[in-house]
Structure formats: C-alpha cells, structure tokens
Design a binder for this molecule. Structure first.
Ligand code: HEC
Length: 377
C-alpha cells in the first residue's frame, strides 16, 4: 500500500469513529445557553425607521424620503396580517425588486443575518395590536376542489373539461370579497357547455352565493377552521343539462393544518341539501396535501405540487361512495405572487365506465395585493 494514502485512511477511520460521538454530543451542545437574541426593535430603528417611520406606520413625509409613494403601515392589521412572514422575509432579504415593489426598498441579505431579519419581523408583528385577524400563513395554495378556510379578496377562474368520453366543459368565475376580520362574501358564476347526445348546449349554469366565516386561526398551532354556507340558485336551464334546476343549500366545514417543512393539509367537509324531492342529499369530503417550494433560496417564484382526494356520497339506499384523486401543480406567475396558475387532472378511482377523467386548471388574481397589470416584475 502506498504510504501517502495511509494518513487519509486514518482520517477516514477517525471520522467514522467520531460520527457516533458527535451525534451523541449534539444534545449536550443544545443545553448550552442560547446566544443572545438579536433585538428586533433596535435593529428596526437603526436600519428601517428612516423610511418606514419610528412606529413602522409609514408616516414619513415624501420630502424626508426623497420619493413619493405610500409606504406600508405595519400597524394596520388588515394590511399586516394578510402577509405571511415569508412574504416579508422575501422583500427584506432580496429587496423591493424581489416582489416587484419599488427599488428604493433595499436588499438586506448582506447587511443583516437571518436571525436579525427574523427578529425585525417579530418586532413588526407586534405592531398590529388587535387579535382575531387570521394570518397570511393560512393563505395556502388553493386546491382545485377543496375550498380554502382563509377569507380572501380574489377573483378566481376555473376550467374543467372532459379528456375522455362525451364532450363537456365548465368555466366558473368566483368573486371573493373580505368583510372585517373574519368574513368573506363569495359569488359563483359558472358557464357550461355540455353535450346532450345530439348537440352542445352552452349557457349559465347554477349560480351560487356564499358566506365564509372564519372561526379559529391559531398561527402557533398552525390550525385554521372556518364555516361556509352557500345558496345555489337554479339559474341554469336544467332541461338542457345546465344545472340541477332547484335551489340547493350547501354547508362546508373548512380547515387546514400547517405541517413542518412547508407541508400542509387542507380539508372541506360538505353537506348538499337540494330542495324538492328529485335530488338526494349528499355528503362530500375533500382533502388536499401539498408542499411549497420557492426558487432563489426560497425567496422567489413558488411551486406547489398538491394532491387531492375527493369522496362523494348520495344519501340514497344502496348508493356507494365516489372516489377521485386530483394531482395538480400551482405556480406563481407574477413577482408579487398575486397571479397564480394551477393545472391538474381529476381521475375517478371507481365507476370509471360512467365517470371520465377531467383536465382542470385555474387562474387566481389576488386583487388586494396588486392590480391586474401591476406587480409582475
Ligand atoms: C431607503 C428606504 C427604505 C429602507 C431603509 C427600508 N425600506 Fe422597506 N420599503 C421601502 C419601500 C419604498 C417599500 C415599498 C413600499 C410599497 O410600494 O409598498 C418597502 C417595502 C417593505 C416591505 C414590504 C411591505 C409589503 O407591502 O408587503 C417590507 C416588509 C419592508 N419594506 C421591510 C423593511 C425592513 C425590515 C427594513 C429594515 C431592515 C426596511 N424595510 C428598510 C423603503 C425602505
């Protein structure tokens, strides 16, 4: 054996021996007193207050700032709570450009450590002093069929078409508007094309009006829970296959759980109660499980693969349960992340002779965050 390699072997042997030792030593090192925590308030006063104001309320005059556009008010709960810490962290680490804000907002990646930036964000979080506003952390990537628990200001457009079997197409636009801390009004406008055996019938299907009420949003536990009630109106022409032709009421229990490593679980337990005797009551349960990955060390474009499991059951004697899975991928289109696209496929797991796979896609415009043409880059 050439002698030169012997020290190398020793080093390897020593490293191998040390591995269990270092592994065993790790818990002991965790017992050491933590290094002193950075002071978020002080760091904010030193680095940020000149532009954002002493109280982070954005009350600096344009003549002091040297530019003339409104600055964010971190004491305004309606503004501050709907942003997740990760959104602020992106802007602070990478500067205004990262999220298509003005370039006057500097990047702090080099000047401040991760811990210091986290401490400043924790300080900014103390500025909204009212409780009960659900935090932006719960504004999870929307699944195709599982309603979200978070109340939102959004316009949403979903397209579904059959990829096998008879032609069929539905395009639904949903307008969502938040009211107060926890409420949200929703109006659904579906336009459908269905093949009735001889020709395509196209028109408005059954519209819906819904109210969502958030009940619990505990960011420390990572749990959100909301209730939603919807009235579905017989605006479609049922004889042409557009809609069901009766009033229906829906109740939804909506929840989500944030999990470690940016994983999350969302759920939607639904009861459907048609008026009149022609249609049975139905129960549906939908779940989405996914994870968000972001480009540029976690501060850039966000990609979220998600898979949904859908179950539906009519309360009629002998009726079984329909099962579907929906693999899907959401991506943020704009730098502000207020325009989102998702594509997926709804795949029936049973009754495949009558239930065919569907291609599904949606576009979301989060209009509170920026105008349609703003915030792209
Ligand atoms: C030279 C001026 C300046 C300094 C210094 C500055 N900012 Fe900013 N900051 C801005 C501007 C301008 C914007 C964009 C405002 C807008 O258009 O909404 C901004 C935006 C932000 C946003 C995004 C708010 C939102 O709407 O989501 C955060 C978070 C932020 N700044 C945090 C900080 C922190 C933390 C510091 C200190 C470490 C800091 N800023 C220092 C000018 C500055």
């Amino acid at each position: 054996m050439p002698t030169a390699s012997r020290p190398v072997l020793w080093v390897i042997a020593a490293l191998l021996l040390m591995t269990p030792l270092t592994a065993a030593a790790a818990p002991a090192s965790q017992l050491l007193p933590p290094a002193s925590q950075p002071d978020g308030r002080k760091l904010f006063q030193e680095n940020c207050a000149a532009c954002h104001g002493e109280n982070a309320s954005g009350d600096r005059k344009p003549s002091d700032l040297g530019f003339d556009f409104p600055m964010p008010n971190f004491t305004d709960c309606s503004f501050a709570t709907r942003e997740a810490n990760g959104d602020w962290a992106s802007t602070i680490h990478r500067g205004g450009r990262a999220r298509a804000f003005p370039r006057q907002m500097p990047a702090w990646d080099e000047a401040l450590s991760d811990d210091e930036i986290d401490a400043i964000i924790a300080f900014l979080r103390t500025k909204c002093t009212k409780s009960g506003w659900p935090r932006g952390e719960f504004n999870l990537p929307l699944a195709m069929f599982t309603e979200k628990a978070f109340p939102e200001d959004e316009v949403y457009n979903q397209t579904e078409f059959n990829t096998e079997g008879p032609a069929g197409f539905t395009n639904t636009t949903i307008f969502e508007k938040r009211f107060g801390k926890r409420g949200q009004l929703e109006v659904n406008l579906p336009i459908s094309s269905v093949y009735d055996g001889t020709r395509m019938q196209t028109g408005i299907s059954d519209m819906g009006v819904a109210w969502k009420q958030n009940i619990l949003a505990d960011v420390d536990q990572g749990t959100i829970f909301s209730l939603l009630g919807e009235a579905v109106l017989p605006t479609g022409n049922a004889r042409k296959g557009l809609g069901d032709g009766v009033f229906q009421f829906e109740t939804h229990a909506l929840f989500a759980q944030l999990l470690p490593q940016d994983f999350f679980l969302q759920g939607d337990i639904t009861g459907v109660f048609p008026t009149g005797a022609n249609l049975p009551d139905a129960g549906e349960a939908r779940f989405g499980f996914g994870r968000t990955f972001a480009e540029n060390d976690g501060w850039g474009r966000a990609w979220t693969p998600q898979v949904e499991l859908l179950t539906a059951h009519d309360f009629t004697p002998g009726a079984g349960i329909d099962w579907d899975i929906v693999p899907q991928l959401q991506v943020s289109l704009s730098a502000r992340q207020h325009m989102l696209l998702s594509i997926g496929e709804r795949i029936p797991l049973n009754d495949r002779a009558t239930r065919k796979p569907q291609f599904v896609m949606y576009l979301i415009w989060d209009w509170y965050d920026a105008g349609l043409l703003q915030g792209w880059r």
